[in-house]
Write a protein that binds this ligand. Sequence first.
Ligand code: ATP
Ligand code: MG
Length: 443
Amino acid sequence: MALLTKAIKGTQDVLPTDSVRWQYVERTLMNTAALYSFKEMRTPVFEHTELFNRSVGDTTDVVQKEMYTFNDNGGRSISLRPEGTAGAVRAFLEHGLHNEAMPQKISYITSCYRYEKPQAGRLREFHQFGVECFGAASPSADAEVISLAAAAFDALGVKGLTLEINSIGCPECRAKYQQALREYFEAHASELCDTCRDRLGRNPMRILDCKSPVCHAIAAEAPVVLDYICDDCRAHFDGVKAHLDAIGIEYKVNPTIVRGLDYYTRTVFEFVSTYIGAQATVCGGGRYDGLVAQMGGPQVPALGFAIGLERLLMVMQAQGCRFPGTEPCTVYIAPMGERAALTAAKLCAQLRAEGFTAETDIVGRGLKAQMKYADKIGAQYTVVLGDNELDSGRAMLKCMATGEQSEITLPDGLITAIYDRKIDAALGELTDSIEQSSFDSDK
Ligand code: ATP
Ligand code: MG
């Protein structure tokens, strides 16, 4: 078999056997966001390139090296979104949401595109669940947004993530810090990697993020941002910590977190896992009080985070987190012959209209092969339809798990019987879970 082409490097297909996991994770994340009144926003996959140049920042690796940028047929420079915040801020302003009641709380699940070296947990097309909270300057907003991420991980049963927080100050205090950093790194300029020597002039904080062991070792001795932040920024940071303490969220202050995008101010944070190797940051976020104004809007404080879904799924798989199974087919109707096939099609349509999963033969298989298929797809019940059944209006409903058979009348008896069995199963599950919870509380 010679394939015409293959998927683009750094992209992943989600196959039918895996999509149930994605759906579960996405649903749980969006439901958790909804508990905090975050509402979904959807923005286009591509934007004018200048949006990202101006917001993510000209000096960032993302804009300099990682964007998928092209000219469209009208000669406009277009980029695939490398992250979700820029588009969310653009839409927030374009639709005048800053005139609505504040705070405005927004959530999204988006695909993102970055031309990076593909490896485990680092793809060229990846997915983010993100939230943005506009119009709240107080430390309680930072704590609420962080607690939403923590609650989302809890809801999914993810354990062992470390929350690391830092403050990178406001533009005023950061200027002093950058000056101190520049002086420190200039003294080590000859030892730095080429990229970092380049960063020295433009954005020395980025050197703290460098993955090269030599730069990393030099960065370890560098001045620490928390020693430079002004009184207001320090009071804000203390407020965030007090709120996290009050909610009962554990954190570690890590003064080396600076984040890779230019727009952050004050609080920055990451949730880091020890389960998935080098690409350990599952969630990254922070405050960006200057971004909305920088994009031509009023002064609106804001903050948000993004969780990388591929990395989140990797952590969940590595930890053996529980996922729901694929919903099995409820009824498989096996017709023998043309006349029965018409009745089977009609019965399937009726079952589906009632909300039950139903299948029948669309391949033209004999009875034996059909039953094998029904078994393979995990059909809970089967009905065989032949001339006898059609003439008598009666058929046998077989429970595949127990082998038990019961006679039903066609067509209404089938739907009634399925309803009865579903209700019995639901009641059984309810009784089990009540018994289980009273057993748990007895312990
Ligand atoms: P890293 O330091 O790992 O490159 P980043 O700082 O570039 O991450 P952000 O821009 O903050 O990441 O994006 C938020 C989250 O999106 C990350 O914490 C990660 O989970 C995920 N993410 C970022 N880049 C990729 C990628 N290329 N492939 C898969 N997930 C990614
Ligand atoms: Mg990156």
